[in-house]
Design a protein around this ligand. Structure first.
Ligand code: ATP
Length: 337
């Protein structure tokens, strides 16, 4: 049966890494139909909206999307497309595996952390006001249902993936009510998952722990902003933004996207590393119940780096985006099904 996937190439390097990812996914031979829709800063100039309704409709219909990075024109009154998509489709769990690849000289060999970030609330709720000229306020919205749901997701994920520990990252010593509520929900949910060890850590201590010895961490669950910042820190530990994938999961739909942004400094030069979006596609293939295709792509990435295959310039190589993707696609095509 053919899988129909909504593809949103996005802005900046988005179309380049999306083309590369298509090539590698198609090399698996699975039957895929890409329903391409555009959103972002370029669309806004033509349509007056960064997120045309057909994008949401397509994702709702297909239930799965692959998305490049999307820029939000600043100072023109547009709300972030990424935030709007996550809120509209209630993609509440942002899952970002931070895993070392071979031969990339990561800071720590064998780093393997998964960040589960609450995706719909916190300071991203968009509740901001100018109280008076010179005084602005951003409201950090935290609710019990959202905290419980994200903690449940993290523990269930840990159980499903054979993980051992879930650490909640918070700053409840200062934000006693909002982060305190997250902590309370975490403790309650942990009792329902006795096979997984619960652990609590303050966000600043977590940042230091990640830099000093990331291998002590397993699954992390946290609120929106801490998850955003710690993901980039994690990316830095394992080789940079060019390789770290992500997924936004809800009950009705899932959107797979890299952690990186539009990278305006390298657009159109063939310098973009598509590994992050290709690894997001691996997560997508698992989600679509195509584990063999997912494993073939994942293996091709690992074998490429282990065997000294092509690399893009961010990783010290000289391959262009499509040369790198072509090499991966050839590996996938000849790998055992
Ligand atoms: P945005 O405003 O969309 O977040 P940004 O430039 O602030 O864009 P990123 O796009 O995340 O943030 O990029 C940060 C840095 O990492 C840039 O120097 C960029 O070139 C580099 N970078 C990000 N993604 C990649 C990639 N896939 N391949 C190579 N370099 C990348």
């Amino acid at each position: 049966m053919a899988h129909t996937i909504t593809l949103v190439p996005g802005d900046g390097i988005g179309p380049e890494v999306a083309d590369a990812t298509r090539l590698v996914v198609e090399a698996t031979g699975i039957d895929v139909v890409w329903e391409v829709h555009h959103a972002g800063a370029e669309v806004a100039e033509k349509r007056g909206t960064t997120l045309p309704p057909e994008v949401i409709e397509s994702i709702r219909r297909n239930k799965v999307a692959l998305k490049g990075p999307i820029g939000t024109p600043i100072g023109k009154g547009f709300k972030s497309v990424n935030v709007t998509l996550r809120q509209t489709l209630d993609l509440y769990a942002n899952v970002r595996p931070i895993k070392s690849l071979p031969a990339l000289e990561p800071r720590f060999e064998g780093t393997d952390i998964v960040i589960v970030r609450e995706n719909t609330e916190g300071l991203y709720a968009g509740l901001e006001l100018m109280i008076m000229p010179g005084i602005a306020q951003s409201i950090k919205l935290i609710t019990e249902p959202a905290c419980t749901r994200i903690c449940e997701y993290a523990f269930a994920y840990a159980e499903r993936m054979g993980r051992h520990r879930v650490t909640v990252i918070h700053k409840a010593n200062i934000m006693k009510l909002s982060d305190g509520l997250l902590l309370e929900c975490f403790r309650r949910v942990a009792q329902r998952h006795p096979r997984i060890e619960p652990f609590e850590m303050i966000v600043d201590a977590c940042a230091m722990q990640m830099v000093r010895d990331a291998n002590k961490l397993d699954v992390i669950v946290t609120e929106n902003l801490y998850g955003d910042i710690l993901s980039d820190l994690g990316a830095g530990l394992v080789g940079g933004l060019g390789i770290v994938p992500g997924s936004n999961i809800g009950e009705q739909a899932a959107v797979f996207e890299a952690v990186h942004g539009t990278a305006p400094d390298i657009v159109g030069k063939g310098l973009a590393n598509p590994t992050a979006l290709i690894q997001s596609a691996v997560m997508m293939l698992h989600h679509m119940n195509e584990p063999r295709a997912a494993d073939r792509v994942a293996r091709a990435i690992v074998e490429n780096f282990r065997s000294g295959g092509p690399r893009t310039p961010d990783l010290g190589g000289s391959a262009s985006t499509m040369e790198f993707a072509g090499a991966l696609a050839r590996r996938v095509a000849v790998s055992p099904a």
